[in-house]
Ligand binder design. Sequence first.
Ligand code: C2E
Ligand code: CA
Ligand code: CA
Length: 601
Amino acid sequence: MSTSPAAEIADPDSPDATERPGAADAARITDVFERRDPFVAALLDAAVDGIIITDRRGVIRSINRACCNQFGYDEEELVGRSVTALMPPPFSRDHDRYMDGYLETGRARIIGIGRDSLGKRKDGTVFPIHLSVGEARLGSEVAFVGIIRDISDRLAAEQRASFLARHDPLTGVLTRSAFLEECEAVLRDAAHDEERCYALYSLDVDQFSDINEAFGFHVGDAALKALVSRVTEVLPRETYICRIAADEFAALSRVPDAEVGRTLADALHDRLTASIYAERHWVRLRVSIGAAVFDRTVERLEELNAKAKLALQSVQHDGGNAVCFYTPEMAAAATRRMLLTMHLAHAIERDELHMVFQPIVDGRTGTVVSAEGLLRWNHHSLGPISPAEFIPVAEESGLIVPITDWVFTRVISHMIAWDRDGVLPDRVFVNISGQQFLRGNLTHRLEELLAPHPCLRGRLGLEITEQAAVRDLKAAVHTLGELARIGVQAAIDDFGSGYSSLSYVQQLPVAKLKIDRAFIIGVPHDTKNAALVRAAIGMAHGLGLSTVAEGVELEEQKDFLTAIGCDLLQGYLFGRPMPPDAFADLVRARAGIAPGGAAQG
Ligand code: C2E
Ligand code: CA
Ligand code: CA
């Protein structure tokens, strides 16, 4: 770049040319304009920022080296040209108007103030600049000094920072607040669109912490990334996704109609629950999806959000790993659950809980071999509440821990009384929720409770659902081993109702399999159920497990089950769940009764 004096600037039109008051001032400013002062020229070229000096009409009188570099010109190409050559439209167009306005009114838009603007290089490319303009007046001479800084890097950094602030660093999807902003904007834009239909999906990975615990965080992270990429794969292009919490996501999709919204939800669930290969491990996520559709009847995003959340809660309440669309009844159900949670917290102290027992009999002899203890809640004003309703509430709220402890104490005291009266069956089973089976220090607590009663050793059993037992196979195997060590036997409850199989159960140190009532219904006429029950019993025996059929209500069911070798039977045919005294009477009555004896209860 040349440092030689710039070409002589002809400015014959300048009105000032003839009326300069101070020749010295004029000479000085001309020196600066035209870089005739070598010291000034050296200073200008040493500056890192671009410096450009123009006269009052915007003609470039001087330009430093940095500025030439920024814009890709040689000095000679610029001096004498209008500064608008360095501006893209609309700045170039507006420049002259601004200047005239300023000179007339003295009101500045840029002068004396800095602002971010755009520059145009010789090759036509545009780049972001910070421009500050100062004014130099020497007598009636006016010069403008523009200082120009290329802010591409700063802007890129800002953009990066704002991207990071709006996106989840792990998965790259929006953060919750950015998502809400985007969705608000989208729905506002669509407010007048009669055809608008959006589906909001609220996703939650069930027991995600199990994956982190079993395989480590790197596998958990990889699984979440895979989950997000599957969401993008399945949902339409016009979808916003955000991560709400560690394992919670939301997605808003534009859909042609509610029906498509539903189909997509099912497709999404199928895809998300298929095996994922993450960091050299195959993992399978259980995902709950609550969904709601935004159409003309829904006014606001919060409303849609609340609906999707209620639908999600409803899925989770029913065991999770499924899809559910919002229905108006869900709000009522959620209110009821809240009410029950509040009241359940006081059920023990108000003495509203009690235990009933259902006999489990030997199908051939009719003798009562064991019992299942079932919890009852008789609320002082709401009346009896089914355990099918309040046990899930207890599990969700954590109240299951003190409640189960109460159940253990109560069952043990009934067992002591039965033992004293000579009617204690071989074993009394207590139901245990999955949550507690895997987390609690169950063995320790039972050891403590049973220690004062050596006569009860080997007489207590626990029923654990299949899902709970296979959820964390390693932990289950460990706990079951510990329980066996203190003489507590385990039975797999509701066998066949889950999606696992005997291949899992085979790995568990359990003694009994309770075949779910759903399979007993309709046998022997329902040939499919009959075949399934037969197969389950055969396989269980092959694995050395004894079998119990649940929900036996009819004589013909009993006959069929006995004939195919089912070891024990339970159901209304032999007795409904009953208070401990009635149970004692039944045991006495049944002792020694011949096979096929009269039904009780
Ligand atoms: P479950 O463990 O599968 O218990 C068997 C359920 O089937 C009981 O319902 C019982 O009354 C019912 N049942 C028994 N025989 C028949 C029959 O022949 N026909 C029909 N239709 N039903 C029959 P219940 O007592 O209402 O208990 C429901 C569920 O609540 C239980 O299912 C169990 O999962 C849970 N539960 C009950 N008590 C407790 C408890 O103390 N702790 C825990 N964690 N869960 C419990
Ligand atoms: Ca049970
Ligand atoms: Ca059961």
